[in-house]
Design a protein around this ligand. Structure first.
Ligand code: A2P
Length: 336
């Protein structure tokens, strides 16, 4: 059976990749409705060799849509996801608008696929990119060794800020190499040749919302509110691929060899961990344009008897967003 699929935000960085992945994985698309703002309405996009016209979301009638993939920002999801769900669609939403609602499941396809079945509002949330890539790595360790605490510093690429984030890095880089002045727009300060320890808004506790997503989402996905998470989220001048320096403390000691063996068998994870130059994953050499979550630099913490260090890299647009959304759509399509 084939499904009427809608992609909301079809012209964006994530939306475009959703289309590529639907085609790549041969998702059973019957009818395809592509939606964006009125700015893009009328443009044509190729899907499986056929031209599809972008429609204006504001005037689109969702009746008949069965699966809707949303990635057009939180405001759009808040307004339109309930309308699509009311019209009978299962909405898979990439924004943070519904992630923390108790009656909306938050699903990483390899980690908690069964959660996708219980969706009373017809909405399934896709986790934030930095939490997403951490889950296939932490879940098997948590199951066998019990994770008490996670210290994580992220190195997040500009594609996480959408098409305009990538344009800003490209433009600033060219301008600075040409000895021109730059004017930050998308990011609060210069991103080219710089690092910015600020993603999303500041909250009352001094953390950014991007950091707190790691706390809230890790607990919800692993189903354990006792896990302590201490995050720092940093934007870096990389186009595709988020990296994370991760330190975990477990209840039961896990050695580096045990972690390597466990992770080698974990679905969606690829261990790249040779102690030589280039024997570790990086965004450019491994992650960009690929599906797995890569883990390397696995070593025991020299400052804590039950501590372990990991370096985790993935394509934030693929596993971090579009790929997982399509994997969740596959769960829905197969009756999950
Ligand atoms: P558009 O290209 O018409 O602006 P990105 O994350 O790469 O910035 O992409 C955001 C996506 O969300 C784009 O597809 C964009 O469409 C879409 N979008 C933004 N605002 C709206 C809106 N008001 N209605 C529908 N889609 C929107």
């Amino acid at each position: 059976r084939r499904f009427h699929v809608a992609v909301v935000g079809a012209t964006g960085a994530v939306g475009q990749t959703m289309l590529a992945i639907l085609a790549e994985r041969d998702f059973p698309v019957g009818k395809l409705s592509l939606l964006a703002s009125e700015r893009s309405a009328g443009q044509q996009v190729e899907f499986n060799g056929e031209k599809v016209t972008i429609q204006d979301l504001a005037t689109f009638d969702p009746a008949g849509v069965e699966i809707a993939l949303f990635s057009a920002g939180g405001g759009i999801s808040k307004e339109y996801a309930p309308k699509f769900a009311a019209a009978g669609a299962v909405v898979i939403d990439n924004s943070s608008s519904f992630r923390y609602d108790d009656d909306v499941p938050l699903v990483v396809s390899e980690v908690n696929p069964e959660a996708a079945k219980n969706r009373p509002r017809g909405i399934i949330a896709n986790p934030n990119c930095s939490t997403m890539q951490l889950m296939p790595v932490l879940a098997p360790i948590h199951r066998e060794y019990g994770i008490e605490r996670v210290n994580v510093a992220t190195y997040q690429s500009v594609s996480g800020a959408g098409q305009s984030g990538m344009e800003e890095l490209g433009k600033q880089t060219a301008q600075l190499l040409g000895f021109q002045e730059i004017e930050p727009k998308k990011f609060p300060v210069q991103i080219a040749f710089n690092l910015i320890p600020h993603i999303d808004e500041f909250l009352d506790n001094g953390f950014t919302k991007e950091e707190m997503k790691l706390v809230w989402e890790t607990r919800k996905i692993l189903g354990d509110d006792s896990i302590q998470v201490n995050p720092t989220a940093v934007r870096v001048p990389v186009f595709y691929g988020h990296s994370e320096a991760v330190n975990i403390e477990t209840k039961k000691k896990i050695s580096a060899d045990q972690a390597r063996e466990l992770l080698a068998a974990a679905p969606g994870v690829k261990v790249v961990d040779e102690r030589r130059a280039g024997g570790y994953p990086t965004p450019v050499t491994h992650a960009s344009g690929t599906d797995p979550v890569y883990v390397g630099r696995i070593r025991e913490d020299i400052s804590h008897p039950r501590g372990l260090n990991l370096w985790v890299v993935a394509d934030n647009i693929r596993k971090g967003a579009a790929l997982n959304a399509v994997q969740v759509a596959e769960l829905v399509a197969s009756g999950g």
